[in-house]
Design a protein around this ligand. Structure first.
Ligand SMILES: [Zn+2]
Length: 301
C-alpha cells in the first residue's frame, strides 16, 4: 500500500508541474486551454493533498480505498475532458502548401494566426516569410526570436526572416519582389497570404505591392487583416477559427516585446475575431480580401 501511495504522490507532483509549466503545449492543443489547465491543477493539487494525508496519517482502509477511487475517477474525468476539448481541424482531403508573407515579426500571428494553426492541424504545409526585424518597434533580436517561437507554436514548417529596413520597406521593393519570387519557386505554394493594400502602415502596403508583383502568375492570393487595416478593408473570404481563438491569443502573446501595444491584448484579438465571425455568420473568424482565388483552393479553407 505504501508503494502505491509513493507512486501516486510522485505521479501527482509530476502532473502538477507539467500542467503548470506546459502552457504553450496546453494552449496549442486544446479548446479552452486555460480552463482545462486550471481544472487540472485544482484536481491534481487536491488529490495530492489527500494522498499525502492518507500516507502520512496512515489512514484507515476505508479512507485509503475512497482516496484511491477518487484519484482514479478524477484522472478518468480529466482524460475524458481532454479528449473532448482537443483541437484539430478536419483532415484535409487534399493537403495544400501555404505561404504567408508579413512585413514585421508579429504580423502573421495578429492577422492570420488562427488560420495558420488550423491549416497546420488539417495537414496543410505552412511556411512564413517576414521582411524586417521590426527594430523600430522594439528590440530586433528579441522580436526575431519571438517570431520563431510564434511560428513554432503555430506549427509552421519553416519561417524565413529578412532584414530589410523596418518602416522603410518601400525602399526595398525590388529586393522584396526577388525574395518572394524565390520563395514561390522554392515552395510552390497553392495559396499565398499577404498584407492588404487597405492598410495605413507603409510597410504593409509595400509588402502587398511586392507580393502582387512577385506572384503575378499565381492563381490564389488572399490579403489578411492587420490591426492597422483601414475602413476600406472589405473582406469576402472568411476562415472559421472557432477552435483556434485561444491558440491565436497565445501566438500573439509569444511576442513578449510588443505586449504593451493596445492591439496585442487578448480583448482586441478576440474582439476582431468576434466581429468578423458575425459578418461570416459564425462565432469567430479571420477575414480576407481575395486578389483572386481558384475555386479548388477555396475547398481547403
Ligand atoms: Zn506590421
Amino acid at each position: 500500500m505504501v508503494s502505491i501511495y509513493v507512486l501516486l504522490i510522485v505521479f501527482l507532483i509530476a502532473f502538477l508541474v507539467a500542467a503548470s509549466v506546459g502552457r504553450p503545449w496546453f494552449h496549442r492543443r486544446f479548446r479552452r486551454p486555460e480552463l482545462l489547465r486550471r481544472t487540472s491543477q485544482i484536481v491534481a493539487g487536491t488529490l495530492l493533498l489527500t494522498n499525502v494525508a492518507c500516507f502520512v496519517l496512515d489512514a484507515p482502509e476505508f479512507w485509503r480505498t475512497a482516496d484511491l477511487t477518487a484519484t482514479l475517477g478524477g484522472f478518468a474525468a480529466l482524460g475524458v475532458a481532454m479528449t473532448a476539448l482537443r483541437t484539430g481541424g478536419m483532415p484535409a482531403r487534399q493537403p495544400r502548401r501555404v505561404l504567408a508573407i508579413g512585413a514585421h515579426p508579429d504580423d502573421l500571428e495578429l492577422a492570420c494566426g488562427g488560420t495558420l494553426a488550423k491549416f497546420v492541424d488539417s495537414g496543410h504545409e505552412v511556411r512564413g516569410l517576414v521582411m524586417s526585424d521590426g527594430k523600430q518597434g522594439g528590440d530586433a533580436l528579441e522580436r526575431s526570436l519571438d517570431a520563431q517561437r510564434g511560428a513554432a507554436f503555430m506549427g509552421l514548417t519553416g519561417m524565413t526572416h529578412h532584414n530589410f529596413t523596418d518602416t522603410e520597406l518601400n525602399r526595398h521593393g525590388q529586393e522584396m519582389v526577388g525574395v518572394i519570387e524565390a520563395a514561390i519557386v522554392r515552395y510552390n505554394p497553392d495559396i499565398i497570404l499577404t498584407h492588404s493594400n487597405h492598410d495605413q502602415h507603409q510597410d504593409h502596403q509595400a509588402v502587398h505591392q511586392a507580393t502582387l508583383r512577385a506572384a503575378r502568375q499565381h492563381h490564389s492570393i488572399l490579403c489578411y487583416e492587420s490591426p492597422s487595416a483601414t475602413r476600406e478593408f472589405n473582406p469576402s473570404v472568411f476562415v472559421d477559427i472557432d477552435d483556434y481563438v485561444d491558440a491565436k491569443v497565445q501566438a500573439v502573446k509569444m511576442h513578449s516585446d510588443q505586449l504593451a501595444k493596445p492591439y496585442m491584448t487578448p480583448e482586441r484579438v478576440r474582439g476582431i475575431a468576434s466581429f468578423r465571425g458575425g459578418q461570416a455568420r459564425r462565432r469567430v473568424a479571420e477575414a480576407y480580401e481575395p486578389v483572386r482565388l481558384l475555386s479548388t483552393e477555396m475547398e481547403s479553407l
